[in-house]
Design a binder for this molecule. Sequence first.
Ligand code: FE
Length: 175
Amino acid sequence: MPLQAIDEDPRTPYQLPFPPDAQDEIVVPKAIADDERIWVPQAENVSFRPLCLNRSQGYWMNLLRVRKSGVLSRHRHPQPVHGFVLKGRWHYLEHDWVAEEGGYVYEPPGETHTLVVPDDVDEMITYFQVNGVMLYVDPMGNTLGYEDVFTKIDLCRAHYTKVGLGEDYVDQFIR
Ligand code: FE
């Protein structure tokens, strides 16, 4: 028996309704070249643009943007992270490799790192999928704070209220 039967009609779309309880898709046509107000500041020279804030599974997909001499503070990941560099380059103080434009990075559970952008890069943008929580720590690993999908949503609501988009603007990215 073949692993997959031959599809006699590959160009015909699926004919049945989607499961009634399935969530709506999210489509963001111009995720990078968007309105500046959509970028949410999170530290000096560091901002993010939400794409999918998945409260039901506890992860978030976002574009992280770091401009000149910005630093993403030291933090620990108890769960994995996937990243794809869309623009510029960066590295971690804890590793000797450099993440460059067009490159992919997998960060395993247990990583603790500090993201820095070199002086000759005006702007870096990386697509990150972050699962669970980011624990901000001191150099000895003592926890200083955290972020999760709910703190991300809160940051978005506060920022979108401030810039006039309204706190509901973030709802389109929440699943
Ligand atoms: Fe990280």
